[in-house]
Design a protein around this ligand. Structure first.
Ligand SMILES: Nc1nc2c(c(=O)[nH]1)N[C@H]1C(S)=C(S)[C@@H](COP(=O)(O)OP(=O)(O)OC[C@H]3O[C@@H](n4cnc5c(=O)[nH]c(N)nc54)[C@H](O)[C@@H]3O)O[C@H]1N2
Ligand SMILES: Nc1nc2c(c(=O)[nH]1)N[C@H]1C(S)=C(S)[C@@H](COP(=O)(O)OP(=O)(O)OC[C@H]3O[C@@H](n4cnc5c(=O)[nH]c(N)nc54)[C@H](O)[C@@H]3O)O[C@H]1N2
Ligand code: SF4
Ligand SMILES: [Mo]
Length: 715
């Protein structure tokens, strides 16, 4: 036999260190190619390995992160542009030039006929800093529209607003997560990290091992509440009164830190007066939390030498979310648990780039670096970086829900470019928002998958994903991290920065839209320089070498700022400001017709609108569909058995999903996760009442009626 040449050994590309595409923990992970280079596997082209050296998650990942490569497979995602030739017609495949020409012509036509504000942009907190930055620039410079906002408005805008009001600066956590185990008492209000950020639960466990105490405030006895020393179980919407009641007791027990109040704060007199009007019996009546538990919580927090309060969406997604967060900040300030090591108030941000996404200009009222679009100096600085006259920059536009609700209406947006969100599932009052999306002259959606919103689009543009592109995100700690490109995208898929550059060129702006992420970041550094969220000293090389860099980082020699406010707050006088807040009811409280509270939230195995995770078999098996959580006493009153379909009706719509009976929830409240479309869509029910300051919708509370679904004979 003649010997045949041995096959050439395939060059196996090295593994790449990067980060998870999903939540704000931005867990470090390592991606390794599956199979030899050059082969085209039908399944995921890379596998996830642990990266124990990354400090935030130290190798731990949840199931969503571990299975994230599933969507990199060809069959799981969009691989070419789609467009619709006539309204109501089918989506068909198109080439990139045809799709881009169509988008540019459509945007230009609406802008010319109705003015620039008739063209809107809707972004997302999952987009990298580079994408968010250039999307904001695209809106202001290329389209000239004021109407750009993003889904972060639905996420943590209330905490952001309260942060700025109290501290003059908004960063999710003012300290690294690794500080948590060293505090004396941690109060977690409306957060369920055991399901929403599992690797972070380690810090709660370590806290208790170190002798610290954990108080969890949640209307449900969640997996997180199970870990607590004390679980307070208020009615939805009770957190504002609860915080005021705890401040009342802290004052009564003589646990104030008078020196801290005098030296580092302003406005205590009014905060004190409001707290005095929230005496324990009254707070028990409002919240349903018994007085003895209020006393226990006030003592635990007030007597601890150090303490932290963390809020998440349970406390914030209310029409009084900003004031609620303000009341919890008041409690921290009054007891001196802020502005010193192992103490402080923080917010658990949500999306992968929930933090950075709102710092660089996709929020209606902000320019890069967390600058106000109404501040003349800020406008001048950013306009100079962009090479345009400051006067050409539009003013502030409307907030996310208002933008969506105005689509297709007189004076509203008529053509919308949407990237990184799926509002047909995730917006409040989603039935109506779906109608508004349908009423547009032109809807353009950039996405990885054909989401429910993309299905409504006139043009769908398939973009690259986390592992196929470079980019930075800013995690919940304010740590700027770097995602690295680990593999090539399929043919037909393009980067979002390339897409913006192509559209800008077609709309008459050929320069200023780099398609390379690092180049975009270099411009972002300059645009943010001198702003609150100052990234001027951060570079890709530094991030890689230092496991991320905490902003503000104003110069290359600056070490970054892991801990904020230790010397002074970012207010003009350096003092933290107490908020003047008082209890008020929700926009809609239960009544005779709609006697129960509905609250909504998340489950471990699904992410957000589910557009991504509902396409991953392993996650779908773990969390296959919507349900309605209710207490056995309520179930008995309704005569409903576990698993039986239930109809939930609010003033806005109806949803049907199986009953899940559990003692873990209050008998006056039902809970639905919001990850699904169709009949079980929780957002068919939710109330779009907005917080007056943050414009956050009231996702966490509306009044509903719950009934058995009587099946017709023969079905
Ligand atoms: N598995 C998973 N993880 C995620 C996400 C996901 O979709 N799935 N999304 C990411 C994002 S963007 C976000 S914003 C975070 C959100 O993270 P979390 O805020 O932890 O998530 P939620 O489930 O929305 O809400 C937390 C808790 O608030 C409680 N709650 C409801 N109403 C009230 C109330 O009035 N007061 C109080 N005190 N509590 C209330 C709910 O019972 C729930 O247990 O999670 C991130 N991580
Ligand atoms: N009832 C109820 N509703 C809620 C909430 C609640 O607690 N209760 N929470 C709210 C909160 S906190 C949030 S954050 C929102 C989130 O809800 P959405 O804004 O709908 O967020 P996702 O479902 O993550 O949608 C992201 C979409 O962008 C796509 N995508 C991912 N990466 C990229 C990218 O780089 N570029 C582009 N172009 N697309 C990308 C995904 O495939 C997906 O279709 O939901 C809100 N809605
Ligand atoms: S906790 Fe968040 S960042 Fe970490 S693996 Fe899970 S989804 Fe990804
Ligand atoms: Mo979020």
């Amino acid at each position: 036999m003649t010997p045949t040449a041995a096959p050439v050994a395939p060059t196996t590309p090295a593994a790449t260190d990067t980060h998870c595409p999903y939540c704000s923990l931005q867990c470090g992970m390592r991606l390794a190619p599956v199979g030899p280079a050059g082969s085209a596997p039908a399944g995921p082209p890379v596998e996830v390995l642990e990266r124990p050296d990354f400090p935030v998650n130290r190798g731990a990942l949840c199931g969503k992160g571990r299975t994230a490569p599933a969507l990199l497979a060809r069959g799981a995602r969009l691989t070419g542009p789609l467009l619709r030739d006539r309204p109501g017609g089918p989506l068909r495949s198109a080439s990139w030039p045809e799709a881009l020409d169509r988008v540019a012509a459509g945007l230009a036509r609406v802008r010319d006929e109705h003015g620039p504000d008739a063209v809107g942009v809707f972004g997302g907190g999952g987009l990298t800093n580079e994408k968010a930055y250039l999307l904001g620039k695209f809106a202001r410079v290329v389209l000239g529209t004021a109407n750009i906002d993003y889904n972060g408005r639905f996420c943590m805008s209330s905490a952001a607003a309260a942060h700025r009001r109290a501290f003059g600066l908004d960063r999710g956590l003012p300290f690294p997560l690794a500080d948590l185990p060293h505090t004396g008492c941690l109060v977690l209000v409306g957060g369920n990290p055991a399901e929403t950020m599992p690797p972070a639960v380690r810090y709660l466990r370590e806290l208790r091992e170190n002798g610290g105490t954990l108080i969890v405030v949640d209307p449900r006895r969640t997996r997180t509440a199970e870990l607590a020393d004390l679980h307070l179980q208020p009615r939805p919407g009770g957190d504002l009164a609860l915080a005021l009641g705890l401040l009342h007791l802290v004052i009564a027990d003589g646990l104030l830190d008078q020196d801290f109040i005098a030296e580092r704060t302003s406005g205590f007199a009014a905060a004190r007066e409001s707290a005095m009007a929230h005496w324990p019996d009254r707070v028990e009546r409002i919240t349903g939390v018994p007085v003895h538990q209020l006393r226990m919580a006030a003592r635990m927090f007030g007597e601890a030498a150090t303490g932290m309060v963390l809020t998440a969406r349970g406390a914030e997604q209310h029409s009084k979310g900003t004031d609620t967060v303000g009341a919890w900040i008041n409690l921290c300030l009054a007891t001196g648990k802020s502005g010193r090591p192992y103490s402080g108030y923080g917010c658990l941000t949500g999306q992968g780039n929930g933090q950075g996404g709102r710092e660089h200009g996709q929020k209606a009222d902000q320019l890069p670096g967390y600058r106000s679009i109404e501040d003349p100096a800020a406008r001048a600085h950013v306009a100079a970086v962009w090479g345009v006259p400051a006067a050409s920059l539009p003013g502030p536009g409307v907030s996310a829900y208002e933008l969506l609700d105005g689509l297709g209406r007189p004076g509203g947006v008529k053509a919308l470019l949407l990237a990184g969100s799926n509002p047909a599932v995730s917006a409040p009052n989603a039935g109506q928002i779906t109608e508004r999306l349908r009423a547009l002259d032109l809807l353009v959606v950039a996405d990885l998958v054909l989401s429910e919103t993309a299905r409504l689009a006139d043009v769908v543009l398939p973009v690259t994903q986390w592992a196929e592109e470079d980019g930075t995100t800013t995690n919940l700690e304010g740590r700027v991290i770097l995602r690295r490109r680990a593999l090539d995208p399929p043919d037909g898929v393009r980067g979002e920065l390339w897409l913006l550059r192509e559209l800008a060129a077609r709309l008459g702006v050929p320069d200023g839209f780099p398609a390379e992420a690092e180049q975009a970041f270099e411009e972002l550094r300059r645009a943010s320089a001198g702003g609150d969220a100052d990234y001027a000293g951060i570079s890709y090389a530094r991030i890689a070498a230092e496991d991320g860099v905490f902003w503000p980082c104003p110069a290359e020699g600056h070490p970054g700022t892991p801990r904020l406010f230790l010397d002074r707050y970012a207010t003009p006088d350096g003092r933290a400001r107490f908020a003047e807040v008082t209890h008020r009811p929700a926009a809609e409280e239960p009544d005779e017709d709609y006697p129960l509270y509905l609250t909504t939230g998340r489950v471990l195995a699904q992410y957000q609108s589910g557009a991504q995770t509902r396409r991953v078999a392993e996650l779908n098996a773990a969390a296959p569909g919507p349900y309605v959580e209710l207490h056995p006493r309520l179930a008995q009153r309704l005569g409903v058995a576990d698993g039986e379909p239930l109809a939930v009706t609010s003033r806005r719509g109806r949803a049907v999903a199986p009953a899940r009976i559990t003692e873990a929830i209050r008998p006056d409240t039902v809970f639905m996760p919001f990850h699904w479309a169709g009949a079980g869509r929780a957002n068919s029910l939710t109330n779009p009442a907005l917080d007056p300051v943050s414009r956050m919708p009231e996702f966490k509370l509306c009044a509903v009626r719950v009934e058995r679904v009587h099946r017709e004979a023969g079905t």
